[in-house]
Design a protein around this ligand. Structure first.
Ligand code: C2E
Ligand code: CA
Ligand code: CA
Length: 564
C-alpha cells in the first residue's frame, strides 16, 4: 500500500533521449502528472541522476545514443549502491535489445515509436507505483543502512523457520557494538554506518553458512538466529575479532550474548530478549565477551523478578527484618557499647532469610531502594524510642541507618526524616545516617546541599566505606561529615603493624583527627586487629569480633549485659 500523502505528491522523472522531439513528446504526455527533467545523452543523464538521486521516481532511458549509450548508463547506475535503487524504464525500438537491457538493470519498457498517449501514461504510472510499492515493502523488511532484516520481520521469519522445521535446534545470539554512542561522538555517524555495513556483511555470510538469518535489532544491536551444529562459539569469537580488526587502532568491540534455553521453554522473541540481557551483562560481571543466558541465569532472573514483585507485600507484612550490629567505643580501657548499625534482612515466606546483598543492589538498580530504606529508618526510629523508654538516660544509644545514594534524590527526604523523629519522639542526634563515599562522588553538589541541610536539622552523617572510592582530600575537607567509617577491605587485611594497611589506616586516622571527626573501623574480626586499631587511635569499631548483626531482642540483651 502506498501511503495517501505519497499519492498526491508529484513524482520526478528523468527523461534521457538524444532526440529533442522524443523529449517533447514525452513531456506532453507525462507533464500533467509528473515533474520532468531531461538529459540529452548518457553523461548528462548520470549527472542528473546523481543530483536528484533522492527524489527520482524513475529514469526513462533511451538505449541508442552517441558517446555514452543507455547500456553504459545502466552499468554505472547498477554499480552504485544508491543509484541502483532507482528504477529504469527503457525506451527502445529493438525487441532484441530488451533481454540484454533486463540483464543490465532495466525493469520495464516503452516501445518506440510511441503508442497512444493514454497507453504510455498508464504504463509509466503503473510502473512507478509498482516500484514504490516494492520499495516500501522492502523498507519494512530491511534496515536501510545495512540491508539486514528489521527486528519485526526477523521475528516473523524466525517463527516461520521454527514452524517448518520443528526438528531443527536453533541458537539465538545478540551482538552489540560496544560503546556505540561514545564512538559516534568521537568518530561520527558516517564512520559508524560504514562499520555497521561491514559488520552486516560478515553477519550475512555467517547466517548463510549456518542456515540462519540475521537482523539489525536496533542501531547498535544485531540478532543472529543460527542452526545449532552449524555454528560454534568459535564462529562468534571470530566475528568479534573481525570487527576488532575492521578499523585499526579503534578498539571496536562486539559484546555477545547467547541464549541457551530450549524452544519448548519460551518463544523465540523471549529467547532473543534473554540473549540481549546476556549481552548487556558483558560489562557488568563478566570478563569474557560472550555471556550465555542459560537455565541457571534464567532462574536467577526469575528470582530477581520475584523479589521485585514481592517487595510491596514484604513491606506491608513486615517481612523485612532489621538487625542491629553493635558499635564499640574503644578509647577506654575496655570497649564500651555505644551504638548500632541497622542492617536489613528479608524473611521471605518461600525463600527463607534473604541477605541484603541479594536485593539491595537490585533495588538500587531499579529505584525501589527508597521503599526499603524508609521502612528500615522507621523501624529503627521505633526501636530507638522503645529502648529510650526502657533504658532512659542510663543508655544513650545511637542507631546508624544506611542511606542509599539514590535516596538523596527522594522527594521530601528531609521532611520524611523529620516526621519520623517527631512521630517517635526521638532526637535527630540519635539517628546517624550512613552515606557511602561513592555517593559523594556521583553528585557532589547535591550531596553537599542535602547533607548540609540534614546536619543543620541535627542528624549525624557518617561517611561509609571510606577508602573504597576515590575521594580527594579536598572534597573531604569541604564535606559536612561527622564520622569517617573506614572501609572493611583495609581492616580485613590488617594483621601487622609493619604493613601497608596499617600505615594507610593510620594516615586516614590522621586526616580524620585533623578534621576533628572520629573514625570507625568495621569488619574487625580478631583481637590483633582490635589492638592495632587501638594503637592507631581509632575511636570506634564494629565487627564479628564482638558480634554479627543480631535481632533487636538479642541486641537488647547486650545492652542489659553492658549495664550490669
Ligand atoms: P555495609 O553498610 O558496609 O554494612 C556492613 C556489612 O558488613 C554488613 O553486611 C555486616 O553484616 C557485615 N559485617 C559486619 N562485621 C563484619 C565482619 O567482621 N566481617 C565481615 N566479613 N563482615 C562484617 P550485610 O548486613 O550483609 O549488609 C551488606 C550491605 O547491604 C551493607 O553494607 C549495606 O551496603 C547494604 N545494606 C544493608 N542494610 C541496608 C539498608 O537498610 N539500606 C541500604 N540502603 N543498604 C543496606
Ligand atoms: Ca553501612
Ligand atoms: Ca560499610
Amino acid at each position: 500500500m502506498i501511503p495517501e500523502e505519497r499519492l498526491h505528491l508529484r513524482r520526478l522523472l528523468l527523461v534521457v533521449d538524444d532526440q529533442k522531439i522524443n523529449q517533447d513528446l514525452l513531456g506532453t504526455i507525462l507533464g500533467n502528472e509528473f515533474d520532468l527533467i531531461y538529459a540529452d545523452g548518457g553523461r548528462e543523464a548520470i549527472d542528473q541522476v546523481m543530483l536528484h538521486k533522492d527524489m527520482l521516481s524513475a529514469v526513462l532511458l533511451d538505449l541508442v545514443m552517441p558517446e555514452m549509450d543507455g547500456f553504459a548508463v545502466m552499468d554505472v547506475m547498477k554499480a552504485d549502491e544508491e543509484l541502483a535503487r532507482i528504477p529504469i524504464l527503457v525506451l527502445t525500438a529493438e525487441k532484441t535489445a530488451e533481454l540484454e537491457a533486463l540483464g543490465r538493470g532495466a525493469s520495464g519498457f516503452i516501445p518506440k515509436p510511441f503508442e497512444s498517449h493514454e497507453i504510455i501514461l498508464a504504463r509509466v504510472r503503473s510502473f512507478v507505483e509498482l516500484a514504490e510499492g516494492r520499495r516500501l515493502i522492502h523498507a519494512a523488511e530491511c534496515d536501510p543502512r545495512t540491508g539486514l532484516y528489521t527486528k519485526e520481520f526477523f521475528f516473523s521469519y524466525a517463527e516461520q523457520i521454527e514452524r517448518f522445521h520443528p526438528d531443527w535446534r536453533m541458537t539465538e545470539f545478540a551482538l552489540r557494538i560496544s560503546r556505540y554512542r561514545l564512538l559516534r561522538e568521537l568518530y561520527g555517524q558516517e564512520f559508524l554506518d560504514s562499520v555497521s555495513r561491514a559488520l552486516a556483511q560478515h553477519l550475512m555470510e555467517n547466517a548463510k553458512a549456518a542456515q540462519g538469518i540475521c537482523a539489525r535489532a536496533s542501531e547498535d544491536t544485531y540478532y543472529l538466529f543460527l542452526r545449532r551444529g552449524c555454528v560454534g562459539l568459535e564462529q562468534i569469537r571470530r566475528l568479534q575479532q573481525e570487527l576488532n580488526t575492521l578499523r585499526e587502532h579503534m578498539d571496536l568491540r562486539l559484546d555477545a550474548g547467547m541464549c541457551d534455553i530450549e524452544r519448548s521453554e519460551m518463544d523465540v522473541r523471549r529467547r532473543f530478549s534473554c540473549a540481549e540481557a546476556a549481552c548487556a551483562m558483558v560489562h557488568q560481571d563478566h570478563n569474557g565477551e560472550l555471556v550465555v543466558y542459560d537455565s541457571v541465569m534464567h532462574e536467577k532472573q526469575l528470582y530477581r523478578q520475584r523479589l521485585i514483585n514481592d517487595l510491596p507485600r514484604a513491606v506491608a507484612e513486615h517481612e523485612l527484618k532489621v538487625y542491629y550490629q553493635p558499635k564499640y567505643d574503644i578509647t577506654k580501657d575496655t570497649p564500651v557499647l555505644s551504638g548500632a548499625e541497622a542492617l536489613v534482612r528479608w524473611q521471605h515466606p518461600e525463600f527463607g532469610m534473604i541477605p541484603p546483598g541479594d536485593f539491595i543492589p537490585l533495588f538500587e538498580q531499579n529505584g525501589l531502594i527508597g521503599r526499603v530504606d524508609l521502612y528500615v529508618w522507621e523501624e529503627s526510629a521505633r526501636q530507638l524510642q522503645k529502648w529510650r523508654e526502657q533504658f532512659g538516660t542510663r543508655f544513650p544509644i545511637t542507631v546508624s541507618v544506611n542511606v542509599s545514594s539514590m535516596d538523596i534524590h527522594m522527594p521530601g527526604l528531609e521532611e520524611k526524616l523529620n516526621r519520623l523523629v517527631d512521630t517517635y519522639g526521638i532526637r535527630p542526634e540519635e539517628l546517624h545516617l550512613e552515606l557511602t563515599e561513592s555517593a559523594y562522588m556521583e553528585d557532589a553538589r547535591l550531596m553537599q546541599e542535602v547533607t548540609d541541610h540534614l546536619r543543620s536539622m541535627g542528624f549525624r552523617i557518617e561517611m561509609d566505606d571510606f577508602g573504597a572510592g576515590y575521594s580527594s582530600l579536598n572534597m573531604l575537607s569541604t564535606l559536612p561529615v561527622d564520622v569517617l567509617k573506614m572501609d572493611m577491605m583495609f581492616v580485613r587485611r590488617l594483621s601487622r603493624e609493619d604493613s601497608r594497611e596499617y600505615r594507610f589506616i593510620e594516615i586516614v586516622h590522621d586526616i580524620a583527627r585533623m578534621l576533628d571527626i572520629p573514625m570507625i573501623a568495621e569488619g574487625v574480626e580478631d583481637a590483633v586487629q582490635l589492638e592495632l586499631l587501638k594503637k592507631i587511635g581509632c575511636e570506634y569499631i564494629q565487627g564479628y569480633y564482638f558480634s554479627p548483626p543480631v535481632p533487636a531482642e538479642a541486641f537488647e540483651e547486650m545492652m542489659k549485659g553492658a549495664l550490669r
